[in-house]
Structures are given as structure tokens and as C-alpha cells.
Design a protein around this ligand. Structure first.
Ligand SMILES: [Zn+2]
Length: 411
């Protein structure tokens, strides 16, 4: 049993709240939220402060994400360059192997050629020795040893013939020696050509080795740079983790503040409607579609944890209140963008209903506390907040909990 005094007190409080809400409804048509009282202002300030802090965390997250992606891009480019250079080094390695083989072959050819030269020299020397012997025999015949040979020769004809033969032989010797000498010179020439070829190959080898060294030193620099990017990436990843933790903490704080704010406003509205003079806040549940026309439903409730319904529609399409009620939130939110919440009151099923309209194109043309009728324009389709294109995200709340809009709101 509630005492009369308490009843009177409650009635006074309700009447005060009603006055405040009525005042809000009548006079606060400006685009900024109106403050019903000190407590509402405090709650709203707290919520806005948390919103700002949350936005700051989101800014830091964006900047960090940008750093991370830059480092990842750079690393990818460096790795591509590195792979390209390694390919070049491998190609040069193959060329070097080829050249080394060629140098080896040329060296073998030089050795073989040298053996030929030596062989030719030996032939020449042998022939030369014979020539010298025969020349000395001839000299002996001409100048001193003539008598011996003469005494052995049977006649003059034989002696003359022998002398002629010696002369012929010496002429032949000379010819052969000349030929051998020429052949030796040709072999030496060929050997020289091989040595030139080897020198050329060695110079190519040096040039390639030089390029390879340069490439390897560039690769070393790239690897150092890649390690630097890796460090930046790990740093950014650690920071992203820390920021995500800070974000979820701040988000929880914000949600709590937003709930406190919303429930306070609802309590104001409830107390005003419970006085009986604000009978409009009983919800008949015969909601209308919030848009006169739209392109298509781009996302239904429940799809991937989606807690509302999305209507894809051109930017600027007017959004209508789906039922009569009282505006309880007009906010700019990082995720909802510009959004409005309308409290529709209690239905025959005993539950109270609230609707939320998000991603409006600009600050909504309604204010907190304002009474709206079913079909009133409360904002315009946009893509503010966490949105990738013009659409209306609508949520239906039953006793504050989000339920499927399809249950009551026609598409
Ligand atoms: Zn949505």
C-alpha cells in the first residue's frame, strides 16, 4: 500500500517530468538535443565524452591500420624486388659456371697446343741436329776428310754422286726445318689466340662476379629493409591488439553510459505517460514501412549477427517514424552515424517498443523529447557511420532488447 504522501510525491514528480517533456516537445525544435534537466545533461555529457574518447581510439586505430598496411605493402614490394634480384644472381651464377667451364676447356686446349708446340720443337731439334751433322760431314768432305771418303769411293762418279746427294739432303733439311719452324709458329699463334680467348673469358668472369657482388649487396640491403618492415608490422600488430582492447573497454563504457542515458529518458517519458495525460505512448504495433520506396532489402536481421534490417535507398530519401512516439536519442555515433531513437510506449502485449534509424545523411531534423506521429519525417537516408553505401538501418527493441524488425515492421 503506497501512502498518500508518497503517491502525491510521485504524481508531482511525474507532472514535473511531463512539463519538462512537454517543454522539450514544444520549444526544442532546434537541431541540437535539448536537455530536460541537469541529470539528463550530465548523462548526455558523459556519453558524449565517452563517444569522443571512442572516436579518438578509432582515429588511432585507422592511423595504425594505415601504418600496418603501408609496411605490409612495402614488405611485399621489397620481397618482390628481392625475388627478382635473386633470380638475376642465379642467372649470373649459371653464366659464371658456363664461363668457368669454358676457361677450363680453353686451358686444356692451351696445354694441348703447348704439347704440340713442344712436339714440333722436338721434331725441329731432331731435324736440325741431323742437318748440322750432315753439314759437318760435307765440310769434312770438302776441306779435310776428303781422302777418307775418296779412298772408300770406288770412282769419281761415285764421289760426285755422293757429294750431290749430300747437297740435296742438306737442301731438303733446310726446307723441312723451315716448314717445321713455320708449323711451330702457326701453333704458337693458335696458342696465343687461345690465351687471348682465355683472357677475354676471365675478363667476362670478373665483370659477372662484380655484378653478382653488387646484386648480393643490394639483396643484403633489401633483407635489412624487410626486417625493418617486419619490426614495424609486429609493432603495429601489437598496437592494434592494445587498441582493440582499449576500444572494447571504451565501447562497453560508452554502451553503459548510452543505456543509462536512454533509460533515464525512457523513465522521464514513462513517468509522463503514466500520468495518463500522454495517452499517445501506448503502442498499437501497426507499424508502417519507414520508407515510401527503396531499392531492395540489403540485409535482414540475424544475417552475420546483424541486429536490424537494411533498406538500400538513394541518399536523401525521407525516413518516416514507423509509429507515433517520443524521440529519445538524436546522436552522431561512430557506427550508427547520425541516428534517431523513438520510444513508442507499451503495447497490449505488455512490452514497450523502441525503434532506431541509423546512417542518416545529416543531423536529424528532430530533437530529444519531441513527440512524433506515425509517418512524420525524422531524417533522410545517408551513409554516415559504419556504412558502405546509402541505406537505412532500422532496429526494433522490445523492452530495450533488439528483436527482428520483420516481426512488426512491414518491408
Ligand atoms: Zn544494418
Amino acid at each position: 500500500m503506497i501512502s498518500l504522501a508518497v503517491k502525491k510525491h510521485l504524481r508531482q514528480a511525474a507532472s514535473l517530468a511531463l512539463t519538462l517533456v512537454m517543454a522539450t516537445a514544444l520549444f526544442c525544435q532546434a537541431a541540437t538535443p535539448a536537455y530536460a534537466d541537469q541529470k539528463q545533461q550530465e548523462l548526455e555529457d558523459k556519453k558524449n565524452q565517452l563517444q569522443e574518447e571512442l572516436n579518438e581510439i578509432h582515429n588511432q586505430q585507422s592511423a595504425n591500420q594505415e601504418n600496418l598496411e603501408n609496411a605490409q605493402d612495402q614488405k611485399q614490394q621489397l620481397e618482390a624486388q628481392n625475388a627478382e634480384l635473386k633470380q638475376q644472381v642465379a642467372t649470373i651464377s649459371n653464366q659464371l659456371d658456363d664461363i668457368k667451364t669454358q676457361i677450363g676447356e680453353t686451358e686444356d686446349a692451351i696445354t694441348a697446343k703447348q704439347a704440340e708446340v713442344d712436339q714440333k720443337q722436338a721434331e725441329f731439334d731432331a731435324r736440325w741436329d741431323g742437318f748440322k751433322e750432315r753439314m759437318s760431314s760435307m765440310q769434312m768432305l770438302h776441306y779435310s776428310g776428303g781422302i777418307d771418303i775418296l779412298s772408300n769411293a770406288t770412282n769419281l762418279f761415285q764421289l760426285l754422286n755422293f757429294t750431290q746427294a749430300l747437297a740435296d739432303i742438306s737442301e731438303k733439311d733446310e726446307e723441312v726445318c723451315q716448314e717445321l719452324d713455320d708449323e711451330k709458329a702457326a701453333l704458337n699463334q693458335e696458342k696465343q689466340e687461345l690465351e687471348d680467348q682465355k683472357a677475354q673469358l676471365e675478363s667476362q668472369e670478373a665483370t659477372l662476379a662484380d655484378s653478382q657482388n653488387q646484386l648480393n649487396s643490394t639483396i643484403d640491403k633489401l633483407v635489412a629493409n624487410i626486417q625493418q618492415q617486419d619490426a614495424t608490422i609486429s609493432e603495429a600488430e601489437a598496437r592494434a591488439e592494445a587498441l582493440a582492447a582499449a576500444e572494447s573497454e571504451k565501447q562497453a563504457e560508452f554502451n553503459k553510459a548510452a543505456d543509462e542515458y536512454d533509460s533515464y529518458l525512457r523513465s522521464l517519458i514513462n513517468s509522463s505517460s503514466s500520468s495518463g495525460t500522454n495517452a499517445t505512448l501506448s503502442c498499437s504495433l501497426d507499424f508502417i514501412c519507414p520508407l515510401d520506396s527503396y531499392k531492395y532489402i540489403s540485409c535482414e536481421y540475424g544475417s552475420g549477427g546483424h541486429k536490424g534490417r537494411d533498406y538500400a535507398a538513394p541518399g536523401g530519401t525521407p525516413i518516416h517514424a514507423v509509429a507515433s512516439g517520443q524521440v529519445i536519442t538524436v546522436e552522431s555515433h561512430y557506427s550508427y552515424g547520425y541516428y534517431v531513437m523513438i520510444y513508442h510506449g507499451t503495447a497490449d502485449d505488455g512490452n514497450n517498443y523502441t525503434t532506431l534509424y541509423a546512417h542518416m545523411n545529416s543531423w536529424p531534423p528532430v530533437s530529444v523529447g519531441q513527440a512524433v506521429s506515425k509517418g512524420d519525417v525524422i531524417g533522410y537516408v545517408g551513409s554516415t557511420g559504419n556504412s558502405t553505401g546509402n541505406h537505412l538501418h532500422i532496429e526494433l527493441r522490445q523492452n530495450g532488447a533488439r528483436i527482428n524488425p520483420a516481426l512488426y515492421i512491414p518491408s
